[in-house]
Write a protein that binds this ligand. Structure first.
Ligand code: IMP
Ligand code: MG
Length: 503
């Protein structure tokens, strides 16, 4: 049985017609790989949240390309499937056009691409504001991807946003853009003009194309350039909410592709260290025009038995704690090999062990190239993330720790701070916490409690069924099931399409 039949059989036992794939951690759990493997089964693949802050690598004709907006299912366009960028996505037209051009260069079809007319637009104003704020905040920054995501969602809820549909009506586009720029001008005036100039003339903002030294933004240049971008994908713009709902009604198979992760959700994550969309199943369903009750199977994806985070914010099990967080916020991949030449997954020094896992798991951001912070799998965070409507589990990257001698799992936290009131409880020094509380004070004042297991010390990449897995790994998975109340359904044991099993 190949991976597609294995997955189809799994979905059949669940009588699934609509499936969602969401990330239960801080993003980068390899959900793109799960979506790619399920895309063979689906008729419609749809994204509903986030924007070009997401990133996945797709191999076309033997060379790999980073994609940020186009759904992972685009590889299956040849099979007549639809790939939808839903209304909940914030869309940067420049990046979409770059991705389309890349597909054209590689002669890969994208006939089935559909773009929501209601998706909000990421504009140069958003990218500029995102970067200016992060630069000014320095120490207190969020560590965003600099893609303008936060400011775009801000304009949306402030009722100042522009949508893809506005690109098709240039006079309306200009009117709304002028209004938005004028409403936000007070924000831009608060920044150091030298910094404004530097950011406005950087490559991320077209090298100065949209810069006007007097007014900061050249509205006409933006209108001109952005309506030109729209020409490139105009025939793909439709009401995708209606399209997805009709497909569901017509009993088509639907696959929803999550972005970022539950712990980065603006509603459920480690606020304020989050992205600006709701990355949970609720945000995802809504962002493609569905209700959560329309989704039969929601697969939560988690990296195991290590996990990662990019950007700032609490990460209780991080190898090397603050030292790692600081290093990862500025280092690049090549610095790492020089500074930690002996790092490996069994290094005695925690910081080095974390570097070793990063190297073994290729944990460098697809969008920013930043090293991802690494830590042990965290059950309190996992238990918390499972509270929202996940009814299947896929664990990924297990093969990365094939050679690791001791596997640790964080089972609970011990609170170490001063008395603190939260959600009707008073935490005292020494309190034990088993399901994470999304409060930055709590998450900054805990020490993890670990349980150690002997590693399986054998290569699992070729396993295709449960009976081919080492007993030591099955013992760990059984522990995970008992502690979280959720069995594992799928295991990804390597990067290739076939490296997945249903257990
Ligand atoms: P933003 O989404 O660019 O505003 O970034 C907010 C936070 O979310 C930062 O910590 C980013 O590192 C993180 N983030 C955003 N997108 C991703 C992603 O696709 N994978 C992992 N982290 C992400
Ligand atoms: Mg990614």
């Amino acid at each position: 049985m190949n991976s597609q039949s294995r997955l189809a059989a799994f979905l059949k036992t669940r009588k699934a017609r609509s499936v969602a794939v969401v990330d239960l951690q801080f993003g980068d759990t390899g959900k793109g790989g799960i979506v790619d493997r399920l895309a063979g089964w689906a008729d419609v693949i749809a994204r509903g949240t986030g924007g070009a802050n997401a990133g996945h690598t797709i191999v076309l004709n033997g060379s790999s390309h980073a994609f940020h907006l186009v759904p992972c299912g685009i590889l299956r366009d040849t099979e007549g499937k639809l790939n939808v960028i839903g209304s909940g996505v914030v869309l940067d037209p420049r990046i979409l056009v770059e991705e389309i051009s890349m597909l054209e260069r590689e002669k890969h079809p994208y006939k089935g691409l559909r773009v929501s007319h209601r998706a909000h637009l990421v504009l140069p104003t958003h990218i500029a504001l995102d970067r200016m704020r992060e630069r000014r905040a320095a120490k207190g920054k969020i560590g965003t991807t600099g893609r303008g995501i936060g400011p775009c969602y801000e304009d949306y809820v402030a009722r100042l946003g522009l949508t893809v549909n506005d690109l098709l009506n240039p006079s309306e586009f200009k009117r709304k853009l002028t209004r938005t720029i004028s409403a936000n001008s007070y924000l831009f005036e608060s920044f150091d003009p030298e910094m404004v100039k530097e950011i406005m003339t950087s490559p991320a903002l077209g090298g100065g194309k949209y810069y006007d030294p007097k007014t900061i933004f050249n509205t006409d240049a933006i209108v001109r350039e952005y309506t030109k971008y729209a020409k490139k994908f105009e025939r793909h713009i439709v009401d995708t909410d209606a399209l997805v709902r009709e497909a569901l009604h017509d009993k088509k198979k639907i696959l929803l592709e999550g972005a970022q992760g539950h712990l980065l959700s603006v509603d459920y994550g480690t606020y304020p260290y989050v992205t600006s969309s709701d990355c949970s199943i609720e945000g995802l369903a809504k962002g493609v025009g569905l209700q959560t009750s329309d989704v039969d199977v929601t697969i939560g994806v988690a990296k195991f038995p290590y996990m990662t985070r990019v950007g700032e914010g609490p990460f209780p099990t991080e190898f090397g704690g603050t030292q790692s967080a600081v290093w990862c916020s500025s280092a690049r991949k090549d610095d790492e090999a020089k500074k930690y030449p002996n790092a490996g997954v069994n290094s005695k020094d925690e910081m080095e062990q974390g570097v070793g896992m990063r190297i073994a798991g290729h944990e460098y951001g697809a969008t920013t190239g930043r090293p991802r912070r690494t830590g042990w799998f965290d059950l309190p965070l996992y238990r918390y993330a499972l509270q929202t409507g996940v009814n299947a589990i896929a664990l990924t990257k297990l093969d990365v720790l094939d050679e690791c001698k001791v596997i640790k799992i964080c089972t609970a936290y011990r609170y170490t701070g001063p008395d603190y009131k939260v959600g009707g409880l008073t935490l005292k020094k020494g309190s034990k916490i088993t399901s994470a509380l999304m409060d930055p004070v709590v998450l900054a004042n805990i020490t993890p409690i670990y349980k150690a297991f002997p590693g399986w010390l054998t290569s699992i990449g070729k396993a295709r069924s449960k009976k081919e897995l080492p007993q030591k790994l099955l013992t760990i998975l059984d522990f995970l099931r008992k502690e979280s109340g959720m069995p594992t359904d799928l295991l990804s044991v390597g990067p290739d399409r076939e490296d997945i099993l249903a257990i």
